[in-house]
Design a protein around this ligand. Structure first.
Ligand code: NAD
Ligand code: AHE
Ligand code: ZN
Length: 375
């Protein structure tokens, strides 16, 4: 198949909010600096649903969504040296080129090399898509487009991993689990003994709890409007549960009262701007730090009294938990193989690519953390 167009199945989002359609898609060969990957397993993340909903200002249609996956390199374009056909890989929506201003800064995991192209659904070299259906181009998504049996990614957007790792599990290391762990370890740098609040107990929030427990937090308070989440959350380290619906007071006040003045660290893992405000305002005066992880819709803005920051609270955000993708995803895979981090526990459902619309329904119903699709 090297150098040839591949025709395979992919789930195409033709329009916002319209069911995805499994189509025969033509996938062009990888050009210079590109890698064609046979995707074997892909999970769904809330961000896929967000873009599908039409609320993502960068959302383009028709497109192939999906960014949490694992597969095997099928072929590589000219000049690609770090991976070869047969390598087991995880596509990385957050690239790492090691050469741009961002990568060289040592201050961020964001990479500038391909972001201008991935934000507009095309490949960098010619600003074109590698996907088409009957000659009509289909946009890429987040530089990954994993809801397809084959995809093409930039070489800076793919992490080579240990072939011993089960791909049906480690696909989760493409987004949600690293994001939560890294928000705690890299962005907030939670110290032992800290009091932590986690807003939203989906996969990302539970990974925050897991990371906080590993960091030695003394209390991990989980906040969710779905009380069913508490049972499962205990297994990830959540030590106390608060349902905002059980209280008349604003949730930030409830937390300040519970913690003698506020928490040391809070994490917003929902994408709701009023919860982001509450997450900042439940932080302790003088040092409390709040990390925004959730992605909010186009047009939404955060607000608080500047006095909150003047009096020492810190507001931060994180993308992919601050992890350098190509360097650190393989390390996370090893940690999983050594049973130092959980992955299997986040997988509540397994379906096939053909059942992807059902998988989106499950995601909106609750009771589902991650659904892994076999492609
Ligand atoms: P999810 O839908 O599985 O989890 C969200 C949880 O929040 C659910 O348990 C829900 O019951 C709860 N919730 C909803 N409204 C609430 C409210 N008002 N108060 C308390 N709880 C509430 O989502 P997920 O896949 O875990 O993703 C969480 C967020 O993180 C999404 O916004 C996603 O787009 C974002 N995300 C960001 C990054 C990043 O790099 N920054 C990476 C992955 C995901
Ligand atoms: N297009 C969206 C951006 C959404 C966003 O912030 N994405 C996160 C990853 S979410 C993964 O589930 C991210 O990494 N952002 C950094 C980046 O460069 O996109 C919007 O709202 O505009
Ligand atoms: Zn995601």
């Amino acid at each position: 198949t090297q150098g040839q167009v591949i025709t395979c199945k992919a789930a195409v989002a033709w329009e916002p909010n319209k069911p995805l359609v499994i189509e025969d898609v033509q996938v062009a060969p990888p050009q210079a600096g590109e890698v064609r990957v046979k995707i074997l397993f892909t999970a769904l993340c809330h961000t896929d649903a967000y873009t599908w909903s039409g609320k993502d200002p960068e959302g383009l249609f028709p497109c192939i969504l999906g960014h949490e996956a694992a597969g095997i390199v099928e072929s590589v374009g000219e000049g690609v040296t770090e991976v070869q056909p047969g390598d087991h890989v995880i596509p990385c929506y957050q690239a790492e080129c090691r050469e741009c201003k961002f990568c060289k800064s040592g201050k961020t995991n964001l990479c500038g090399k391909v972001r201008s192209a991935t934000g507009v659904g095309v490949m960098l070299s010619d600003h074109k898509s590698r996907f088409s259906v009957n000659g009509k181009p289909i946009y890429h998504f987040m530089g990954t487009s994993t809801f397809s049996q084959y995809t093409v990614v930039h070489d800076v957007s793919v992490a080579k991993i240990d072939p011993k790792a089960p791909l049906d599990k480690v696909c989760l290391l493409g987004c949600g689990v690293p994001t939560g762990l890294g928000a705690v370890w890299n962005t907030a740098k939670v110290e032992p003994g800290s009091i932590v609040a986690v807003f939203g107990l989906g996969t990302v929030g539970l990974a925050v709890a897991e990371g906080a427990k590993a960091a030695g937090a003394s209390r991990i308070i989980g906040i969710d409007i779905d009380s069913k989440k508490y049972d499962v959350a205990k297994n990830f380290g959540v030590s106390e549960f608060v349902n905002p619906k059980d209280h008349d007071k604003p949730i930030q006040q409830v937390l300040v009262d519970l913690t003698d003045g506020g928490v040391d660290y809070s994490f917003e893992c929902i994408g709701n701007v009023s919860v982001m405000r509450a997450a900042l305002e439940c932080c302790h005066k003088g040092w409390g730090t709040s990390v925004i992880v959730g992605v909010a819709a186009s047009g939404q803005e955060i607000s608080t009294r500047p006095f909150q920051l003047v009096t020492g609270r810190v507001w931060k955000g994180t993308a992919f938990g601050g992890f350098k993708s190509r360097s650190q995803v393989p390390w996370l895979v090893e940690k999983y193989l050594k049973k130092e981090i959980k992955v299997d526990e986040y997988i509540t459902h397994n379906l096939t690519l053909g059942e992807i619309n059902k998988a989106f329904d499950l995601m909106h119903e609750g009771g589902c953390l991650r659904c892994v699709l076999a492609t």
